[in-house]
Design a protein around this ligand. Structure first.
Ligand code: WTA
Length: 660
């Protein structure tokens, strides 16, 4: 039985615990349904009321949704606000000045705490520092920083002055960084000397230097360096400066730059099925509204909570649920520098115990690897830790298999914490389909129901609604405030990728397949329907990896497919044809290693193929099209049962069967 088949038959249902329900922000399914009806009856009125109630506006908006240039939707456009004002100043006015905003847990376990007042001052000084360099509203600033208080401060400082940030994950290579700097047209790069992960010091500033030296980044006038480790780095006079020197003389207050709700808060690059990564552009007002609302609805955040999202600020999860959402609702949150397995695989549980974490949000891939570790090393089994502070758990980034869900529920939540399996994407800005912890009965492996106001549906290739129980294409039928606004610099690609003509240009295409249960109406995500891979919750395009491989002078052709993996969800398998004859044995292993390192240099270590197979050719149709579906079967080491009558060179399959 396939994974999907078994999910369809998943019949275990877990009701939200009664004491959770009685205190929940959204309590009971009747409330959920009432909210959904309110949205259905008066869509704009529903969102307008929420936006007025949950955000502070410098100038109130008069029009909620502008569809005149669909699919370039605009929300609250004539309203003015500042995101950093909403995250900081508002907390000082609400009596949260002395409340802990951030508990920073360093790689080595050292703790630094910051109140909202202190965070406000840090952000203002950083913002004034950026202004002193001439950085102003609408300038783009690339942030290549580690998980740190400074990373969050940098993002908030950009928001304060109306500069649009683009955070690049610290695991991307110099070349990937350079491409993003150029595409965004950045005028400054904010970085650190190094990052510390798992006891190791890893370079950041040196990679920025390398990226800038690759050329094309002439618009970058400043590189600001946060001193994390103090190990030697080179500073280029006139361009580079230390963050501590930049901020030391700055005033601790900075008037926020009021911007339109549609002003681009950030650009975040993500992979698509074709071409180079897309710069997903997000708004200020609609985005922040949803970041705040989902903190309240999905994470049920209360004043006493200690929230911990383990994502990196380099990904969208770290934007919405570290840099913006928790601050917008005045929460206390943990910012974690390290990795789940250092100094041992009990680190997450130890940290939950240490800081009395109450709401914990992580990725299925981390859970699966910690299950293995707990089985192998009883000392780090979660039963060894006091996890009684937890009241709610969440997952994100990839489907969670029911066994991992059950383990999480029993061993971490001790059967008293609801689990919110949150489906969303870089493009959606925040959660889309998720249980509401005080309302929705949970089914392991299902992200359950769309949030109020989110009009998800499942359609066929022609865009027609499909009946429940029949798998199809996941779409969203109405625009929502936190949605992607465009692809930076490429509006045509935005339309083609997300609102294709085949669907009448009106449906948002998520790129995922989904199926809805006939009895419950619950959604289960069946995975990407395009050439996007999900490896440990990191999103990658097969095309990008193929392009990286063929950029190597010894490679003639390459095809990349995903292969199911117990821990990482999917792993990368590359089929490669060299310009020379097909290598075998030790030589093949040596070349495979060189190619893996090559990909790490071209894109970043996260894109390294786990497996490389060499052939004299790739399986192709008579018209020369690579038959990827056959490669997917070969990667799984399964026998080919499909029709191969259109295959020009069947003999090649035998060769490609052989793993190294
Ligand atoms: C996948 C991460 C199943 C999905 C926030 C989506 C999920 C892609 C889930 C977006 C989930 C995310 N269940 N699949 N709960 N959450 N995905 O842009 O394939 O990095 O399209 O955003 O991750 O990845 P992205």
């Amino acid at each position: 039985m396939s994974e999907i088949e078994s999910l369809k038959q998943e019949s275990r249902i877990f009701e939200p615990p009664a004491d959770f329900v009685s205190n929940a922000t959204i309590s009971g399914m009747d409330t959920y349904r009432a909210m959904c009806s309110a949205a259905a009856n008066d869509y704009e009125g529903f969102w307008a009321a929420l936006a007025r109630k949950n955000l502070s506006w410098h100038r109130p908006f008069t029009k909620t949704l502008d569809e005149s240039e669909a699919p370039f939707y605009k929300w609250f456009e004539d309203g003015e606000l500042n995101v950093s004002y909403n995250c900081l100043d508002r907390n000082l006015q609400n009596g949260n000045a002395d409340k802990t905003a951030i508990i920073f847990e360093a790689d080595d376990g050292k703790v630094t705490k910051l109140t909202y007042q202190e965070l406000y001052e840090r952000v203002c000084k950083f913002a004034n520092g950026l202004k002193s360099l001439g950085i102003k509203k609408s300038d783009r600033v690339v942030i290549y920083m580690p998980m740190s208080i400074e990373g969050v401060v940098a993002m908030q400082a950009c928001a304060r002055i109306g500069a649009t940030h683009s955070v690049v994950f610290g695991g991307f290579s110099a070349k990937s960084l350079q491409e993003r700097i150029i595409d965004a047209g950045a005028v400054a790069v904010l970085t650190a000397d190094q990052q510390v992960r798992g006891g190791k010091h890893l370079p950041l500033k040196a990679i920025v230097d390398e990226a800038l030296a690759l050329g094309g980044c002439e618009a970058v006038k400043h590189v600001v360096v946060y001193k994390r480790t103090g190990d030697a780095v080179k500073l280029t006079a006139g361009r580079d400066l230390w963050l501590h020197e930049l901020v030391e003389k700055q005033a601790a207050a900075c008037e926020p730059e009021w911007v339109s709700a549609e002003h681009p808060l950030f650009i975040l690059y993500t992979s698509g099925s074709t071409g180079t990564p897309k710069g997903v552009q997000h708004s200020s007002g609609g985005y922040l509204l949803w970041a705040a609302l989902t903190m309240k609805w999905v994470f049920d955040i209360k004043p006493a909570d200690v929230f911990w999202c383990t994502a990196d600020i380099g990904w969208v999860t770290g934007h919405t649920y570290i840099a913006y959402g928790p601050l917008a609702v005045g929460a206390t949150q943990i910012v974690f520098e390290g990795i789940p397995t250092y100094p041992n695989a009990g680190r997450f549980w130890e940290t939950i115990q240490k800081h009395k974490t109450s709401v914990f949000y992580t990725a299925p891939t981390a859970i699966r690897s910690l299950i293995k570790a707990a089985d192998a090393t009883p000392e780090v089994h979660p039963s060894k830790y006091d996890l009684s502070s937890l009241r709610l758990l969440g997952t994100v980034g990839e489907p969670i298999n029911p066994e991992a869900w059950m383990w999480y529920y029993k061993n971490i939540g001790r059967e008293k914490c609801p689990i919110v399996d949150t489906f969303w994407q870089t493009e959606t800005g925040g959660h889309m389909i998720s249980p509401l912890p005080g309302a929705t009965p949970m089914v392991p492996g299902s992200c359950t129901l769309p949030l109020p106001g989110i009009m998800t549906a499942i359609v066929d290739e022609a865009g027609h609604d499909l009946p429940d129980g029949q798998g199809g294409i996941l779409v969203v039928k109405r625009p929502w405030p936190a949605m992607i606004r465009t692809i930076w610099g490429d509006p045509e690609r935005f339309k083609k990728s997300y609102f294709p003509e085949e669907f009448g240009g009106k449906l948002y295409l998520a790129g995922d397949g989904a199926i809805r249960n006939e009895k419950t109406g619950y959604f289960t995500i069946t995975g990407r329907i395009d050439d996007v891979l999900n490896v440990s919750g990191h999103r990658m395009g097969t095309m990008e990896i193929e392009s990286a491989l063929v950029a190597n002078p010894i490679v003639a052709e390459a095809a990349v497919v995903g292969k199911p993996d117990d821990t990482t969800g999917e792993s990368i398998c590359a089929f490669v044809v060299l310009k020379r004859s097909r290598p075998t044995g030790d030589e093949a292993r040596q070349i495979a290693k060189e190619l893996r390192d090559w990909v790490a240099k071209e894109i970043g270590p996260i894109a390294k193929p786990k497996e490389i197979r060499f052939g004299d050719n790739l399986p192709k149709t008579r018209s020369g099209k690579i038959m990827r579906r056959l490669l997917r079967v070969l990667a799984k080491n399964e026998e080919i049962s499909q029709d191969i009558s259109t295959l020009e060179n069947p003999a090649i399959l035998e060769q490609l069967k052989q793993a190294l």
